[in-house]
Design a protein around this ligand. Structure first.
Ligand SMILES: Nc1ncnc2c1ncn2[C@@H]1O[C@H](COP(=O)(O)OP(=O)(O)O)[C@@H](O)[C@H]1O
Ligand SMILES: [Mg+2]
Length: 227
């Protein structure tokens, strides 16, 4: 079976001024298509750095990363943007919604970048919002929605392009326990529908939702349960 995501010896060093930070120190990770993986670790352990590379938002300093068999290490900025837009849906802790746009317009954005015509865009965005239980909030702006609702809008935005991979970085970090359950329930639905889910979190009880848990500490991975 071929892996959807495959990292070999991935290192990431940030050179800021005179100090070099080794955020990732040799990551080997293979994620099968259709799996639900949690990456768990304390603050500063390299989770977001790893997520940025998995999501083609950044490239390794050293090592190799393949997504769907394609080596992304040698891609141009435009090629990386294309891979992101076609294959990956992102969910962030801070929701990253545009405040001046309605929920529907926010969800339409990835389709706009993909050149989907206006009518189809609107129809698919409304369907995605219905899917996350917000069919009656399509014309609300983010400021008119609760935190849990805003995160559901961002899940709708992540799934509207029908991506293979959903990458979530601390998606429940700003949510109360009821909204956390809602959002985790959505990830389970997406997983049951065949999506590959990579959920990054520092919360052990959130990580328990996944079939597989990978721990990251000081830029290195270990498989299995928390100590
Ligand atoms: N853009 C950056 N420039 C310099 N150092 C960074 C940058 N991003 C992260 N780091 C450093 O890399 C390490 C890992 O950070 P990060 O991946 O954000 O960890 P986590 O998401 O687990 O909290 C930290 O020491 C952090 O200070
Ligand atoms: Mg982080």
């Amino acid at each position: 079976m071929s892996a959807l995501l495959q990292m070999e010896g991935v290192r990431k060093t940030y050179a800021t001024g005179a100090v070099a930070v080794e955020a990732l120190r040799g990551i080997d990770l293979s994620v099968e298509e259709g799996s639900f993986v949690a990456i768990v670790g304390p603050s500063g352990s390299g989770k977001s750095t790893l997520m940025h590379i998995l999501g083609c938002l950044d490239v390794p300093t050293q090592g190799r990363y393949r997504l769907g068999g394609e080596d992304v290490g040698h891609m141009s900025e435009a090629e990386l943007a294309d891979v992101r837009n076609r294959r990956i849906g992102f969910v962030f802790q801070q929701f990253n919604l545009l405040p001046s746009m309605t929920a529907q317009r926010n969800v339409e954005l990835p389709l706009m970048y993909a050149g989907v015509p206006r009518d189809e865009r609107a129809q698919r965005a409304r369907a995605a919002l219905e899917r996350v239980g917000l069919g009656d909030r399509t014309h609300h702006r983010p400021g008119e929605l609760s935190g849990g609702q805003q995160q559901r809008v961002s899940v709708a935005r992540a799934l509207v392009t029908d991506p293979t991979l959903i990458l979530a970085d601390e998606p429940t970090g700003n949510l109360d326990s009821a909204s956390t359950r809602d959002v985790l329930g959505l990830f389970h639905e997406l997983h049951d529908a065949g999506r590959t889910i990579v959920l990054i979190t520092h919360e052990a009880d959130v990580a328990k939702e996944a079939r597989r848990v990978v721990r990251i500490i000081d830029g290195l991975l270990t498989e299995g349960e928390a100590p």
